[in-house]
Design a protein around this ligand. Structure first.
Ligand code: ADP
Ligand code: MG
Length: 337
């Protein structure tokens, strides 16, 4: 059931306008698809997402009677009390994404649940409902967003070229695709398929299908559990470092985030192993009890706060050092340079 949050709960949510460009729409739509339990998600864009974005999933779908409610501000099926904010287990919880998107674009939402005989199609334009009708469709949800900022031309000026916006989208979708190895992601830009992941639950496969086998060859597995902290993933051998942090991906409880704490821990683990200005490649998946972190500190949910930075820092340094030591104790097959 989707309901509008009571004001005292809504007021506690780190809010703000988060739709500034196509990539932020796609991030919100992907989070919704993942929250809906989809294991196949297709993203299609045209003109860098400015004229057309479509996200199709095979998730749980939305009940016919909830279709219009989903577009209201603070309407969510994911939390219902202030206490829920202390342990958020879904990617979404603010009930704002669809409301913000439909205010600045033309949106079509098509959805069908497993129980429903028929699907439902709702069309909106500038927050106004233009149609709400039955439609034959497969189980799951398809959201189409057209003509972003058609009604706020001033904001169109801040968008980059089609290529610039496409690059941002490809980068973000590939990050999320790597974080969810068991979801089959397909990204289509215009008529061209950018990538498709196998969705077989293997992080390594997902990394290789996005980055190519060269990156895959130089990765060392990371795996450590300590108390209620778990980390899994891959880091690069020191010889395969990168010139920026663009290939560092941190995923905490399924959420792709940026984190100074985790970046520092990585740097610490590689201290004296890398030249100045070189960065390790890392794909790290942490799982932490939800009550030990706060995801409600940033409007785009891109940053999180750990209750205990030191605990997480130490844990990650140890985990990564362990991976590097295993490598160092093996006979070298190739020269390090
Ligand atoms: P939030 O994700 O914070 O709850 P949104 O505005 O993104 O808010 O979505 C509102 C509600 O619409 C969600 O709580 C969910 O119930 C429903 N919803 C949106 N997208 C999907 C989807 N792809 N599949 C199933 N339900 C969805
Ligand atoms: Mg959402």
């Amino acid at each position: 059931m989707i309901h509008v949050l009571e004001k005292h709960i809504a007021d506690k949510i780190a809010a703000g306008e988060v739709i500034d460009r196509p990539v932020s729409i796609i991030k919100e739509l992907l989070e919704n698809s993942i929250d809906a339990g989809a294991d196949q998600i297709t993203v299609e864009i045209r003109n860098g997402g400015k004229s057309y974005i479509r996200v199709t999933d095979n998730g749980s779908g939305i009940e016919a009677g909830d279709m219009e409610t989903a577009f209201l501000r603070h309407a969510t099926s994911k939390i219902s009390s202030v206490r829920d904010l202390d342990a958020i287990g879904t990617l979404g919880f603010r009930g704002e994404a669809l409301a913000s998107i439909c205010a600045v674009a033309r949106v079509e939402l098509i959805s069908k649940t497993a129980d429903a005989k028929m699907g439902r199609r709702v069309v909106t334009e500038g927050s106004e409902i233009l149609a709400n009708e039955g439609i034959g469709c497969p189980e799951g949800t398809t959201v189409t967003v057209q003509d972003l900022f058609y009604n706020v031309p001033a904001r169109q000026k801040f968008l980059s070229s089609d290529n610039g916006e496409s690059r941002r989208i490809i980068d973000m979708v590939s990050r999320i695709a790597r974080a969810y190895g068991d979801v089959r992601f397909t990204l289509i830009n215009g008529k061209k398929q950018v990538f498709t992941t196998r969705g077989k639950g293997n992080i390594f496969d997902a990394i290789v299908s996005v980055y190519g086998s060269d990156t895959g060859r130089d990765l060392l597995p990371v795996e450590r559990t300590s108390g209620d902290l778990i980390v899994k993933g891959f880091v690069s051998a020191p010889s395969a470092s990168a010139s920026s942090r663009s290939r560092q991906i941190f995923c905490v409880n399924g959420r792709v985030i940026s984190s100074k704490v985790l970046e520092k821990a990585l740097d610490e683990a590689y201290k004296e192993k890398l030249f100045h200005g070189r960065f390790p490649v890392a794909f790290l998946f942490l799982s932490i009890p939800p009550e030990k972190l706060d995801v409600n500190i940033h409007p785009t949910k891109k940053e999180i706060r750990f209750d205990d930075d030191f605990e997480v820092h130490d844990f990650l340094v140890k985990a990564v050092r362990q991976a590097l030591e295993v490598r160092e104790s093996l006979p070298q097959v190739r020269g390090e340079n």
